[in-house]
Design a binder for this molecule. Structure first.
Ligand code: FPP
Length: 243
């Protein structure tokens, strides 16, 4: 029995999704503006991404800006949007050279045109890479994603290309932003909050969750490794009973 469980759990997660929380508090603790924390958070993105291949993590999905984050001050929102643009411009070459394929999920409709064209360019530039698949969720919300998928599905039915009999979980999933990605195996949230905040609601149906107290700008590659090791001890059943 022990051996069977080990076989099911020995491998690390192929797809890790992270809610990078705590940038604001990290900055406040240092008497600095919240954007200072977001910039420090961006540096951690590079470190955690670099650690992925060594742990066998092929897919990394990061929650960078939610559909609810527009409620923040204009200064913070504008600063974050500028940070995303700078991140793409600064990191594009390294991402390409390091075998990273970048994708963005979320609704682009509300995003600045310049940012959207940088996103499109980066997706195109890295489309031939396959070492690691980095997905950045920007203006993303799980409910919004499922709603948009349902709307597109309804449109296909209206056009006569599908009928209501075609609608099942698999068909609906084909209309999600994540349709080319496997479901996440592990979702990590930093900063001590134990919420999923509308992140990958559909896709995380059977994901393992790990909530860590560390604020995102302090989340090192070493701690990432420890969280992955802990995941390796878990027994995933996907609703079944193991013999
Ligand atoms: C949540 O912390 C964090 C965000 C809303 C922004 C996440 C963005 C980054 C880490 C910047 C870089 C990302 C990429 C992909 C380049 P919070 O501000 O809610 O923190 P708080 O809960 O302490 O206030």
């Amino acid at each position: 029995m022990r051996q069977e469980i080990d076989e099911t759990t020995a491998s690390g997660p192929a797809h890790v999704a992270i809610i990078m929380d705590g940038n604001g508090r990290w900055a406040q603790q240092r008497g600095r503006p919240r954007l200072f924390g977001h910039h420090a958070g961006a540096r951690r993105v590079r470190e955690v991404l670099q650690a992925c291949p060594g742990h066998g993590v092929k897919y990394l999905t990061l929650f960078a800006f939610s559909t609810e984050n527009w409620k923040r001050t204009q200064t913070e929102v504008a600063g974050l949007m500028l940070l995303f643009r700078k991140y793409i411009q600064r990191e594009a070459q390294a991402l390409l050279d390091n075998g990273v394929r970048v994708r963005f999920i979320g609704d682009r409709i509300r995003l600045d045109e310049k940012l959207v064209s940088l996103m499109d360019e980066l997706e195109l530039l890295t489309a031939g890479n396959d070492l690691i698949h980095l997905t950045i969720a920007l203006n993303y919300g799980g409910r919004d994603e499922v709603t948009r998928a349902a709307k597109r599905l309804a449109y296909e039915i209206e056009m006569g290309r599908l009928t209501h009999k075609d609608v099942d979980a698999e068909t609906l999933a084909r209309f999600l932003d994540t349709h080319v990605l496997p479901d996440p195996d592990l979702v990590i949230r930093t900063s001590g909050e134990a919420r999923i905040s509308n992140f990958l609601l559909w896709q995380s149906a059977y994901a393992e969750y790990e909530f860590v107290d560390t604020l995102w700008p302090d989340f090192t590659a070493a701690e990432f490794g420890r969280v992955l090791a802990k995941y390796g001890q878990r027994e995933r059943r996907f609703g079944a009973v193991l013999a």
